[in-house]
Write a protein that binds this ligand. Sequence first.
Ligand SMILES: [Zn+2]
Ligand SMILES: [Zn+2]
Length: 109
Amino acid sequence: MDNVTASEIAGFGVGTLLLCATIAAPKVDALISASQRSSLGMCRRCGDLRMIACSKCKGVGLLRKGGFGVNFVDDFFDSLGDANRTIQSVPCNNCQSKGRTQCPNCSTP
Ligand SMILES: [Zn+2]
Ligand SMILES: [Zn+2]
C-alpha cells in the first residue's frame, strides 16, 4: 500500500463521487422538474411542450417490420453477428416517423 499516495486515494474518491453525481443527475433533474412543472401549473407529462416521445417507437420514428416496436435486446444480439440478416424498418404510423406524438394530457382542447 506504500505506493498508493493519499492524493491518489483522494482522487479516486472524487472520481467516484463525480461518477455517482453524473449518474444521479438526470434522475434528480427529472424529479425536480416534474415537481416544478406541477407547481407552476405546467403539464406534468410534457412540461407544456405538447409533445412527448412516441410510445410506440420509443422516439426513434421507425418500427421493425412485423415487430412490436424497437427491441433493444434484439439489437444487441443483431450486433453480435448474423450480419446477413436484414432488419427491415418501417416508418412509425403512430407519430409519422417523427418520434414525437401529441401529449395526451394537452391534446384535448
Ligand atoms: Zn402535456
Ligand atoms: Zn412513433
